[in-house]
Ligand binder design. Structure first.
Ligand code: CMC
Length: 379
């Protein structure tokens, strides 16, 4: 039986039972496996969080060490992947490259049999480990530089910065990125996670599914917002220009990137965490004037739209931090993907246990049955 009532955007319609993350959008709460995001941001690492999301509990020391070694063993890309990355135009958006490359990675790997735990585990490690390598390698190649091979002694976050720049990052930079990855690692049934689950629901593999998720994440209503926030802040340019720019957006009913959320009606807890990370980072690495522009924009937008539940989301402050780390603007969304891969894969694994094909209904509003008209009789 098909439901009669259309729910645009499936807003609020449960698509699965899930034990991975939890949001209270009115209270501004986000938890992974029951652990508040603030505590994880303060004390966890990306590796530990990825393990937690997959397994449902924090790893022991020996489990975490083994996981680190397992990731290290599969970070490197085969020559064929590097050749593929080198074949893209330098002007290609890195998210398109990443989406292609994740599917391609699957083509270089052994088949993953649906429902096989060991096969899934291998793909989980490979996708988590290789995603930053892909992003860094394409960045190097488009700059006309040789890709840098990963190092076995560096963490996930530090390795990414190392592979980008060819030198070991300073401790603050690595920790800042690490925390940003923790904050982006999962977020219940968002568009990209749902996309991954829909593809996986057909018993396709994890590479196909994560590749689809990257496509969904690219859009400006989802992960692509972080790139656009920075572009808006740069267009505004100074604190004095904020009000005039915002007024123009309000009167043209334009969406202001980095604000609003389907679930949160208050300020996104991740944006508080990113701000406190930013505060510490700017204190050590120097002030960044664009942050002042952002704070003023927050004030002006919340004054005007706060009553509608529109507040900064995770994408509002992340770009400012990534820019301070020296990362190019169009690599902000790929960094989101590096983090969210942990969540996507945990969701696929959860779905593997009792998978059911996603095949929603529709409300047909087209023509009634009619007879074919030969081309010469058409007006
Ligand atoms: N700027 C101005 N008005 C907004 C904004 C915004 N950023 N977001 C929502 N609104 C208004 C919208 O115009 C609508 O007004 P009205 O009822 O008068 O037509 C009302 O709020 C409801 O918005 P909606 O777009 O119908 O609601 P939604 O649940 O579909 O939207 C959203 C969620 C995230 C797509 C939306 O807030 C948006 O487009 N934000 C800007 C893009 C963005 O920052 N995306 C990142 C989301 S968070 C993390 C992530 O996934 O990456």
């Amino acid at each position: 039986a098909e439901a009669k009532q259309l729910v645009p955007g499936l807003a609020g319609v449960p698509a699965a039972e899930s034990a991975i993350s939890y949001i209270d959008g009115n209270a501004g709460v986000l938890e992974y496996r029951g652990y508040p995001i603030e505590q994880l941001a303060e004390r966890s690492t990306f590796e530990e969080t990825a393990w937690l999301l997959m397994h449902g509990q924090l790893p022991t020391k020996s489990q975490l060490d083994a996981f680190g070694r397992d990731l290290s063993a599969v970070r490197e890309l085969p020559d064929g992947m590097l050749a593929l990355l080198g074949a893209f135009p330098k002007t290609a958006h890195p998210m398109l490259v990443l989406q292609s490359a994740i599917a391609a990675l699957g083509a270089f790997e052994r088949e993953v049999r649906f429902g096989d735990e060991e096969d899934f585990r291998r793909a989980w490690l490979r996708i988590l480990a290789a995603t930053p390598t892909i992003v860094a390698a394409f960045e190097r190649l488009r700059r006309g530089e040789q890709p840098v091979a990963p190092r076995v002694d560096l963490s996930h976050a530090a390795n990414f910065l190392y592979m980008l720049n060819g030198e070991e990052p300073d401790e603050i930079a690595a920790r800042v990125l690490d925390v940003a990855l923790v904050l982006h690692a999962d977020h219940t049934m968002n568009a990209s996670t749902f996309a991954a689950r829909v593809v996986y629901g057909t018993n396709a593999g994890p590479y196909d599914s994560v590749s689809a998720a990257v496509g969904a994440l690219h859009g400006p209503l989802h992960g692509g917002a972080n790139e656009r926030v920075l572009r808006s802040l740069e267009t505004i340019g100074s604190v004095e220009n904020v009000r005039a720019w915002a007024d123009q957006q309000f009167s043209s009913k334009g969406k202001i990137m980095g604000f609003g959320h389907r679930v949160y009606k208050v300020k996104d807890p991740r944006s508080f965490a990113l701000q406190s990370l930013g505060d510490k980072m700017f204190a050590k690495l120097g002030h960044t004037p664009i942050y002042d522009v952002a704070l003023e924009l927050e004030k002006v937008v919340v004054e005007r739209l706060g009553d509608k539940g529109i507040h900064p989301n995770v994408d509002f402050f992340s770009g400012i931090i990534y820019q301070k780390l020296g990362l190019p603007t169009d690599q902000f969304t790929p960094i989101f993907a590096i983090a969210r891969a942990a969540g996507w894969l945990a969701h696929l694994h959860e779905q593997m246990q009792d998978n059911k094909l996603f095949r929603p209904g529709q409300i047909y509003v087209g023509e009634a049955s009619r007879d074919y008209v030969p081309i010469d009789n058409r007006v």
